[in-house]
Ligand binder design. Structure first.
Ligand code: HEM
Length: 456
């Protein structure tokens, strides 16, 4: 049986008109390594420590506001952003029938995106005075350069590539435009945070989070999923007609959220609230047509099938997060003030741990070349391949559930549940990181075996 993941994501070079076979570029591994370092050394580590610090159980209580903002940024721009940027720059040329992007471009891009994340997780939460101002400005400028670089590479690739009328291409264009918008917002963020000891104003902080999650990250999630996931589950990929209404609602909603920064008071609340509700409605619908929320991964080999569980979990989480966003957004728009913190906090973590993290772990196993041989092996998946799913599910229920119960349980109980969720998620990512390392070490043998198979 044909291998569905290879059909969907790595078309043979003969189908890519005008493409000369290139030496396999492994710089995408640099993006995966940087994303894992940000997650294990920053985002998920802070997810354990910061809630404990907030209750005074460990040191750092006085810096909790900075730690919270650093945690959110490192998770969104580091863990999710670096992974998605690396995979988008690798996969989009393949989808569009263009030559791979060379490492003379990808490596400087990795530096521009990775350096500010490193500064954000080490220096910036602790810096005070002039150092805080300089660090915030440097983070803003560097990450804006990185985001503009991603936008330029993807625009060039999509502009020169096949003009397919497929949803993956429209979502990819939308994601590209969002990377450009993000570049401008990051510069503006740098100026504001530099003026305020490295702490962004609350409105900026909240809007930036949603813009990054919904725009550059979300659109590439729907792009890659719409081209592959329905196939894994034995269904047809969606047509542009099926994707247009939820896709437009989703992006128009994200645009309203971003626009709200230009206003203040009631107008800003009404704009961001209606934007969240609109984007949430799109998010309820998109997993059903572009991803999968039910069924069996019939087209995958037995060894690859457990990875499909992450994909299902991620898409179901997206539906739940969509409902929460519709609720929180509608309340904010009606009340004309920031409302429903509990639902917003739950939604961003159901998106972050569910849609983003589960999908990264599942899709990496299904599409990253480094796991290519493992996918074709016979036998049942090992415990270390199955454990991260259950650990992440535990973290998701604990973190999302305790956020929703914010008004019913004490602050300490919410923070201690968060710390436990953080520990479960950290362990899941650590196990995944070890399996990436093992696969990288086995890669020379993998390559030889695949070449032998191809010659037969
Ligand atoms: C189990 C893992 C995680 C835990 C335990 C955790 C914990 C927390 C806590 C305690 C807060 C502060 C909430 C408050 O203000 O009361 C927070 C905020 C936040 N988290 Fe997480 N988090 C986790 C994973 C993630 C992931 C995977 C993402 C995104 C990919 C994420 C994004 C955010 C964002 C954007 C904020 C808001 C930051 C801000 O206000 O500037 N978190 N998280």
């Amino acid at each position: 049986m044909a291998n569905a993941d290879e059909i969907a994501l790595e078309p043979p070079l003969s189908r890519n008109a005008g493409v000369t076979p290139a030496v396999e570029d492994r710089s995408y591994l640099g993006f995966i390594a940087a994303a894992l370092a940000a997650a294990l050394g920053g985002g998920f580590l802070m997810a354990v420590w910061m809630p404990l610090a907030a209750t005074g159980a460990v040191g750092g209580q006085g810096r909790v506001p900075w730690l919270i903002q650093a945690h959110g940024w490192v998770q969104v721009q580091g863990w999710a952003g670096l992974f998605v940027a690396g995979m988008a720059v690798r996969l989009m040329p393949r989808f569009a029938g263009r030559p791979p992007v060379g490492r003379n471009v990808t490596l400087p891009l990795l530096a521009a995106l990775g350096l500010p994340v490193a500064l954000r997780m080490t220096l910036q939460p602790w810096a005070t005075g002039t150092l805080a101002e300089a660090t915030a400005a440097a983070i803003g400028v560097l990450s804006a350069v990185g985001a503009a670089g991603v936008a330029a590479i993807l625009a060039w690739t999509l502009g020169k590539g096949r003009k397919a009328r497929d949803p993956w291409r429209y979502f990819a264009w939308a994601g590209t435009a969002w990377w450009a918008v993000l570049a401008a917002m990051l510069l503006a963020w740098g100026v504001r945070a530099a003026r305020n000891e490295g702490l962004a104003p609350v409105a900026w902080d909240d809007v930036m989070t949603w813009v990054v999650l919904l725009g550059p990250i979300g659109n590439f999630i729907w792009s890659v999923q719409s081209r592959s996931v329905p196939i894994f589950f034995g269904r047809k990929t969606p047509t542009w007609r099926q994707a247009v209404v939820p896709g437009v609602a989703y992006n128009a909603g994200a645009a309203l959220v971003a626009l709200s920064l230009l206003f203040e008071g009631e107008t800003a609340a009404r704009l961001s609230g209606s934007g969240m509700a609109l984007a949430g409605a799109g998010m309820v619908w998109l997993p059903v047509i572009a991803g999968s929320v039910w069924g069996q991964a019939k087209r995958l080999r037995p060894r690859a099938k457990p990875a499909a569980r992450f994909v299902l979990g991620a898409n179901i989480a997206a539906v739940v997060a969509g409902v929460l966003l519709v609720w929180a957004g509608a309340q904010t728009a009606l009340d004309a003030e920031y409302a429903e913190f509990a639902a917003r906090d739950a939604a961003r973590h159901v998106v972050g741990i569910g849609l983003v993290t589960m999908l990264i772990l599942g899709m990496a196993r299904l599409v990253a070349p480094v796991f290519a041989l493992e996918r074709t092996e016979s036998g049942v998946p090992k415990l270390y391949e199955r454990a991260p799913f259950w650990l992440l599910l535990g973290a998701l229920v604990l973190r999302g559930g305790s956020a929703l119960l914010a008004e019913q349980i004490s602050y300490d109980a919410r923070m201690h549940s968060a710390a436990t969720a953080g520990a479960l998620a950290w362990l899941a990512i650590a196990i995944f990181a070890v399996s990436v390392l093992r696969a990288v070490r086995a890669e020379p043998a993998t390559r030889r075996a695949l070449e032998t198979l191809a010659r037969k």
